[in-house]
Design a protein around this ligand. Structure first.
Ligand code: 6GU
Length: 464
């Protein structure tokens, strides 16, 4: 690749001689030419700028001087296609995609570094019209530099390191931020294992490659969610696994195709009506087909009333977590969040379970009871259900540290639910009969042991 840089500060580009850039220039992958714009002036003062037409502060660089300079470097290179890059704070934000395109396709790159208030607009306009020239006005970000030189160096370094034969290990390019995954890169550590009382995360020293891979993926997702939510909203739907979606949901994101914010919080004593409303709405969705409507209605009236939830909310051994979804990606309005699902966990003393639920016997005294876990079908496959469950586990452990297990009962024919709970570490350990409006249902009982499978770190400290 041939690169021509035109600037009134040609010495600035001495920095290109050091490090890898110098190596590439020596090896013939890259030819760079640095030009002093003032060499194309004709007056004794070597003038490159004038006051802006229409008045105002600052100075504007003259198109006639720039035109002569650019014509000459384009002619001299004789390339079929030239990219004329113009650094400017009003340019298009530079991206990895853009520099990759340059590295792969541009034979000749001309960087025109403006100073002051920029270059007369007709320069950009003129070269856009020239066959064989593409104009790229680019910016490094939303802040203002004194001139284009720093941005030119950034563009050139980002582009050149992608040229064939430039980097020793091409694999090291692929895993980086923005490449492929669309996520920020996970944090890196090296020896010593302890430094100033800070440890390398133990998983990285475990030798378990799958665990390392999963941890890094989790870190990438959480870091991107925290620092670059815009990248999360831009992810393609097929870029994410279910486990990725669960992690993102726990941190407030339901990415495309859902494109919603989500949050989790413990229901407050005054919210019996809210709880009763969501419980009554979701219970029928989850009932087996054979249950008649009046039986379902009876159950809702008896068990899921506002009165029933008043009692739950007054009980210090009961934990209700609400999952709430905002109407859009950027919604900040407090009032517009809607309840999408909930869990209800009883962490009270042994004996809290009806005797036929041989759960206490199966699971021991430190076993909580996941009495309810419901999510609107609309959010199926969004990762929200898994996030809600694990966030509830984490809250349970934070509030009731003596709890080591949690049990549940679910209809034996509900394959979807059984698969979901199995995936989240619940193992079958018994049966029970569950009454809905006077009709008997056969449930399977399953228990998750938190000592055998810890609550994931991504679910900790999430619920508000
Ligand atoms: Cl490309 N030029 C200038 N002058 N300021 C900038 C920039 C470019 N990118 C961010 N700020």
């Amino acid at each position: 690749m041939r690169i021509d840089i035109i600037s009134i500060f040609p010495q600035f580009f001495d920095c290109l001689d050091v490090s890898l850039m110098g190596k590439a220039r020596g090896s013939g992958i890259l030819q760079t030419h640095i030009w002093d714009l003032r060499d194309w002036t004709q007056d004794v003062h070597r003038t490159v700028d004038r006051a802006p037409a229409g008045g105002g502060a600052g100075m504007v660089m003259k198109p006639d001087v720039w035109g002569k300079a650019i014509d000459q470097v384009i002619d001299q290179a004789g390339a079929a296609k030239t990219v004329l890059a113009i650094p400017t704070p009003s340019g298009i934000p530079l991206t990895q995609r853009q520099v990759r395109d340059l590295a792969e396709n541009a034979e000749h790159l001309v960087v025109a570094c403006g100073r002051y208030e920029g270059i007369d607009q007709r320069v950009s306009q003129y070269y856009q019209q020239q066959p064989g020239v593409a104009v790229l006005p680019f910016s490094l970000g939303d802040y203002v530099l004194n001139g284009g030189e720093v941005a030119a160096v950034a563009l050139i370094e980002a582009t050149c390191r992608l040229l064939d034969g430039f980097v020793g290990n091409p694999g090291s390019l692929v895993e980086e931020s923005y490449e492929l995954s669309g996520l920020l890169e996970y944090p890196a550590y090296t020896q010593p294992a302890t430094w100033r009382d800070l440890e390398i995360p133990p998983v990285l020293l475990s030798g378990d490659h799958q665990k390392v891979k999963d941890w890094r993926r989790q870190q990438s997702l959480m870091l991107t969610a925290a620092r670059r939510p815009d990248l999360i909203w831009d992810l393609a739907p097929d870029a994410l696994e279910k486990s990725d979606r669960e992690i993102l949901a726990a941190h407030g994101f339901l990415p495309a195709p859902y494109s919603r914010q989500v949050r989790f919080r413990r229901a407050q004593p005054g919210e019996a009506a809210t709880c009763s409303a969501i419980a009554s709405r979701l219970f029928p969705q989850a009932c087996p087909d054979y249950l008649p409507e009046d039986a379902i209605a009876r159950f809702v009236a008896e068990e899921l009333s506002e009165q029933a939830f008043k009692a739950y909310l007054a009980d210090p051994g009961t934990l209700i977590i609400l999952a709430e979804v905002a109407p859009g990606e950027k919604n900040k309005e407090e009032t517009s969040w809607e309840t999408a699902g909930y869990t209800l966990i009883n962490a009270g003393a042994p004996g809290f379970l009806p005797p036929e639920e041989n759960l206490v016997q199966a699971a021991g005294e430190n076993c909580a009871y996941l009495s309810k876990c419901y999510l609107d079908q609309r959010w199926r496959s969004s990762g929200l259900a898994g996030a809600m469950l694990e966030v509830s586990h984490a809250q349970l452990q934070a509030l009731f540290p003596h709890i080591t297990k949690i049990g549940l009962g679910t209809n034996q024919a509900n394959r979807r639910a059984l698969k979901f709970y199995r995936h989240h570490g619940y193992r079958k350990c018994g049966r029970r009969t569950f009454m809905v409006g006077g009709i008997e249902n056969q449930d399977l009982i399953a228990v998750r042991d938190f000592t055998a499978r810890q609550v994931p770190s991504w679910a900790q400290n999430v619920a508000q």
